[in-house]
Design a protein around this ligand. Structure first.
Ligand SMILES: Nc1ncnc2c1ncn2[C@@H]1O[C@H](COP(=O)(O)OP(=O)(O)OP(=O)(O)O)[C@@H](O)[C@H]1O
Length: 310
């Protein structure tokens, strides 16, 4: 099979809309059992990539193989082996929670009795058993998302595609979704997700690509990316002044790198506390000081000069 044992194999994958190139020649391999992420800001091309992988949008150019098959030729066969959780919930409001699962199962030709059994198990898995006979509309955003995830699992897919699985959810609802996705990961399900939340990428992804402007700018495990593109610690300094720029010059030579953002200065250092002592030693008095570990946000800033969520 092209791409060896990879479940998803892309080479030079391109998506154009007229003159506009949304995905600009990306290479990706996703191995069985991996939790793989596409991390990038809005407009980076993540959804366009997901839609090509989901066989709902044909590639403009390049090679794409899903479970060894070609979406241009084998769309229905591939879709039967995918579970898709789209960015916008598209549950059927006319149906109950349970019926949303059993009806969906019918599209895959799953016998009624099996579908009923599977719906019961999946409702238990996403902790919606008590709402089984409720209509969809009164559910909270987090419940709807969990139901969409359950629906994506109805056909026991090889790969689950999740497009921004927790966008728009409150922190508690996000944690519940993450917890279920962790569980799936432990069961060996291959997860492919897009996100612009670095904490989501760090928590869930074994490996990820950082996308910007339709291209992949870096690839690796969250830890490897942080080690490669950032320092161990970051000192965030906020000065009570109209422009942080005025202070940046006075921090010269401190740390490996300085980023000046509109509202704060980031010092990239090995030892945050030592750097803070040095700042005070220079008779500088920031309004606030925060020492933290480097994150994927820092990786993105380093690679693109921009923050992930502006
Ligand atoms: N059907 C379309 N026609 C024209 N342009 C499109 C279409 N779909 C996406 N685009 C453009 O392609 C670019 C990439 O969009 P895409 O949705 O893939 O980005 P994304 O990284 O998923 O961002 P988001 O988080 O906003 O979905 C954007 O500039 C978008 O406006």
């Amino acid at each position: 099979m092209a791409g060896g044992s990879a479940l998803i194999h892309a080479r030079g994958l391109v998506k154009r809309f007229g003159d506009f190139t949304a995905v600009d020649g990306i290479d990706v391999d996703v191995q069985p059992g991996e939790a793989f992420g596409f991390l990038g800001p809005n407009g980076a091309g993540k959804s366009s990539t997901m839609r090509m992988i989901g066989c709902v949008s044909p590639p403009t150019d390049g090679v794409l193989r899903i479970v060894g098959l070609d979406p241009r030729r084998d769309g229905p066969a591939i879709r039967a082996r995918l579970g898709v959780c789209p960015q916008q919930d598209n549950l059927d409001p006319e149906l109950t929670v349970r019926e949303n699962l059993t009806t969906y199962a019918r599209y895959f030709g799953i016998p009624r009795r099996v579908a009923r059994q599977r719906a019961t198990e999946l409702l238990d898995f996403v902790q919606l058993t008590e709402r089984a006979n409720s209509k969809v509309e009164p559910l909270s955003g987090g419940m709807k998302r969990r139901l969409t995830i359950a629906r994506a699992l109805v056909n026991e897919p090889d790969i689950v595609l999740l497009d921004e699985p927790t966008t728009g959810l409150d922190p508690q609802a996000r944690h519940l979704v993450w917890e279920r996705l962790f569980r799936l990961k432990q069961q060996g399900v291959t997860l492919v997700l897009t996100t612009h939340y670095m904490d989501e990428a760090e928590q869930l992804c074994d490996r990820l690509v950082v996308m910007d402007g339709g291209r992949i700018v870096a690839e690796g495990s969250p830890r490897a990316l942080i080690e490669r593109y950032s320092t161990r610690e970051v000192v965030e300094l906020r000065f009570a002044a109209a422009s942080q720029e005025d202070f940046a010059g006075k921090l010269d030579g401190l740390g490996e790198r300085i980023e000046v953002l509109p509202d704060r200065i980031l010092l990239y250092v090995a030892d945050g506390d030592a750097a803070v002592a040095e700042v005070h030693g220079r008779a500088l008095t920031p309004a606030s000081v925060l020492v933290r570990r480097s994150s994927l946000e820092d990786v993105f800033l380093h690679l693109t000069g921009r923050t992930l969520v502006d």
